[in-house]
Design a protein around this ligand. Structure first.
Ligand code: UD1
Ligand code: CA
Length: 461
């Protein structure tokens, strides 16, 4: 479900990502913006959106000693410039921390919050549009169900005259429901001139980014408004808001999957990652979880209660129920992975079958091979990991242990219950188990003897 990047706009664009918040309400040892939704950090979602909107330059403003946040930002946008905001003196001050980037005077500047991950690249593109038509500042507004706490948009027709923070607003202004989503676009040729005039004469003694609107007006410029849904400007301050963001992003991802031709039998029970790719006519039964890095080709069925991560599944394969596919699993066309099977770092050839109760790790399984129930690749000796190679058409009997490194040749058989420690040649049978012994009438004699002994001891009492 990764969609293609948007057409490169002709105007240059700098994105300033504000990530210097403390996030105390998360009650976490991890910075707020590094918490994850849909398999990616909150910051990661924002970085992806600004990249997609065509911001060739991305500046990230982080708090002091936040190397972890800087690292995650560079993980997604390697060229990102990191600026440190030493003191938390307000949103305007945070943007000014990226002065060096602003001094290069890009055509467009967009300011986004690292804790607002639902904003789409489409909305950021709309936010830039009025700049090309001459507006100096563009605010992102939304109709708030409850406007308490938000900045209010003071409008005159289509023109944005001012943004009043809740704490500074009059009774009358507080009745306004058109609120500031926080994100903002500024024309790069005047952005610094405007921001350098910010002051702290307000209720919170902070440099408010929102004052850019009234300053622009004083300098003879015009400000405009672009409207978004309340969902898109949903910010994350605590765990409940984190869960709400997850729910909203999951809804979007499920919708995109279904629109692209995937059947989700009970969509509300399927959890996707930001990068999950599902082909046409894939069927996903209820209660399936996709971690990051999963690609499923056309016509695959994924039965209930399966968990997939870092996995590729080729067309026509069947997975689960209760399958666990871990990073490096690659399932061939028409292959079958059944219940209670765990597969890690293993390729399964076309038409191969692993139907029940099996662990395959660090292995390759050839085309049309059959792996019996209870097969285990013993890939680890406490120090190193070793590979198992099961070649085309091999048949591994149930409840076998394959002690790696080991090769099972083409078309070979492994007798059920074997512990295999030596390579098996092509088309051979290998048995690695105690030989079966038959003792005729042993049970009858045993029972007769036991009964007699019991009878004797009863008489003695
Ligand atoms: C801000 C807006 C308000 C808007 C609201 C939407 C201002 C003055 N107010 O208020 O109009 O309705 O967002 O959620 O802009 N940050 C820094 N450094 C700072 C201060 C903030 O990096 O010194 C970052 C935070 O990490 C956060 C973002 O800026 O990502 C917004 O800061 P926050 O304190 O939440 O702003 P609000 O008071 O909610
Ligand atoms: Ca906020």
């Amino acid at each position: 479900m990764t969609s293609s990047p948007m057409k490169a706009p002709t105007r240059s664009c700098l994105a300033v990502v504000l990530a210097a918040g403390e996030g105390t309400r998360m009650k976490s040892n991890r910075p707020k913006v590094l918490h994850e939704i849909a398999g990616r950090s909150v910051l990661g979602h924002v970085m992806a959106a600004v990249t997609k909107v065509g911001a060739a330059e991305v500046s990230v403003v982080v708090g002091p000693d936040r190397d972890d946040v800087a690292r995650e930002a560079r993980n997604i946008v390697p060229s990102a410039h990191i600026f440190v905001q030493r003191e938390r003196l307000g949103t305007g001050h945070a943007v000014l921390s990226a002065r060096e980037a602003l001094e290069r005077r890009p055509d467009d500047v967009i300011v986004v919050y690292a804790d607002t991950p639902l904003v789409t690249a489409e909305t950021l593109a709309r936010l830039r549009e009025p700049l090309a038509k001459g507006a100096a500042v563009v605010g992102l507004g939304f109709e708030a169900r409850d406007p308490t706490g938000y900045g209010r948009f003071i409008m005159l027709g289509d023109e944005l005259l001012d943004i009043r923070e809740h704490k500074d607003a009059s009774e009358e202004e507080r009745r306004i429901t058109l609120c500031n989503g926080g994100l903002m676009a500024l024309r790069g040729d005047v952005a610094l001139d405007i921001l350098d005039q910010l002051e702290t004469k307000n209720a919170q003694k902070e440099y408010y980014l929102t004052d850019a609107v009234s300053i622009a007006r004083r300098l003879g410029h015009r400000s405009a408004v672009v409207i978004a849904s309340e969902e898109e400007v949903h910010g994350i301050n605590d765990r409940a808001q984190l869960a709400a963001a997850e729910r909203m992003i999951q809804e979007r991802l499920r919708q995109e999957a279904m629109v692209s031709g995937v059947t989700l039998v009970a969509p509300e029970t399927v959890f996707l990652s930001h990068d999950t790719q599902l082909g046409r006519d894939v069927v996903v039964e209820p209660h399936v979880v996709f971690g990051p890095g999963v690609t499923i080709e056309d016509g695959v069925i994924i039965h209930s209660f399966s968990h997939l991560e870092g996995t590729h599944v080729a067309s026509g394969a069947g997975i689960g129920p209760y399958a666990r596919l871990r990073p490096g699993a690659s399932i061939g066309p028409r292959a079958k992975v059944g219940n209670f099977v765990e597969i890690k770092n293993t390729e399964l050839g076309a038409g191969a079958k692993v139907s029940h109760l099996t662990y395959l790790g660090d292995a390759s399984v050839g085309a049309d091979a059959n792996i019996g129930a209870g097969t285990i690749t013993c890939n680890y000796d406490g120090f190193g990991k070793y590979r198992t190679e099961i070649q085309d058409g091999a048949f591994v009997g149930s409840n076998s242990s394959l002690v790696a490194p080991i090769t099972i040749g083409k078309g070979a058989f492994v007798g059920s219950g074997s512990v295999i420690t030596e390579n098996v040649p092509d088309n051979a049978l290998s048995l690695g188990r105690g030989r079966q012994v038959i003792k005729e009438d042993w049970a009858t004699e045993f029972r007769d003897k036991a009964k007699a002994a019991k009878h004797q001891s009863a008489k003695k009492v």
